[in-house]
Design a binder for this molecule. Structure first.
Ligand code: ZN
Length: 259
């Protein structure tokens, strides 16, 4: 059951691209295979991990695609999508692993509530503006309202959900008790279960509490990102965010270039 974006969104013409010009030009880096230099300062302990990076890992690997506020996309990627059992779109390349995780979780007594998968830039723009306008209408100044919005929303073009490789998940029981995408989810047993099992299925917790300074995103116990099983295990064991992992691979490459 393949699901692709409409033809209108696939090939942006000069005209159809116009509404998306709101993303500032200087932040736009459409080539997701070569993100900007991240200026991540790696510790000596992290740099010592270079020799342990799994073979064949490159920053250009699709499963390591990096999208954040410094690496925004201007147009939707149009990667092939599939519908999950939870009726959300995700990248078809991760469907099998995601479904296996969801099935295992269900069997183990922690059924998932999948809240969100793939989002278009336009969808993200609507979400972002909705939140921003909410704060503005409460009387906050523009700058303050923006700052508060960034805590929960990425601006259009800067959300990992544009890749189809990220999922927002909470426990079904938590959801049924009225829980949503909030920090309180981190106190749930299902959260501990997802943390323990995510790597086996290729996922990482993308925005942990201790990485806020690096990811620029507040702690999101519900947001999981597919990076492949080998990368997921390595990154979680070595406590590397995706930004740090990219930086580490870049250092490895620059050292190789010098030999
Ligand atoms: Zn998310």
């Amino acid at each position: 059951m393949g699901h692709f974006l409409s033809a209108q969104q696939q090939e942006p013409s000069e005209e159809s691209s116009a509404p998306q010009e709101k993303v500032p030009e200087e932040y736009v880096n459409q080539d997701v295979s070569s993100p900007r230099n991240l200026d991540v300062d790696l510790s000596d302990k992290q740099l010592a991990l270079i020799g342990d990076i799994p073979l064949g890992v490159e920053t250009s690997n699709w499963e390591l695609t990096l999208i954040n506020r410094e690496n925004r996309i201007k147009y939707d990627l149009n990667w092939p999508l599939e519908t999950t059992a939870g009726d959300q779109l995700i990248d078809q390349r991760i469907l099998r692993d995601f479904n296996a995780w969801a099935e295992q979780a269900e069997q183990d007594g922690y059924p998932m509530q999948l809240i969100s998968g793939f989002r278009t830039i336009e969808h993200q723009e609507n979400n972002f503006n909705h939140t921003l306008n909410g704060y503005l209408s409460q009387g906050y100044e523009q700058e303050e309202a923006l700052e508060m919005t960034y805590r929960f929303q990425q601006p259009p073009g800067a959300s990992e959900h544009h890749t189809g490789l990220a999922v927002d998940i909470i426990g079904q029981d938590f959801h049924q008790r009225g829980g949503g995408l909030t920090r309180e989810f981190s106190e749930e047993e299902s959260y501990s279960y997802y943390l323990d099992t995510m790597n086996n299925h290729g996922f990482i917790l993308r925005y942990p509490e201790e990485k806020i300074d690096i990811t620029g995103v507040y702690f999101e116990p519900w947001h999981y990102r597919y990076v492949g099983k080998e990368n997921a295990k390595f990154m979680t064991e070595k406590n590397l965010s995706l930004e740090e992992y990219h930086a580490l691979i870049e250092v490895r490459d620059s050292q190789l270039g010098q030999e």
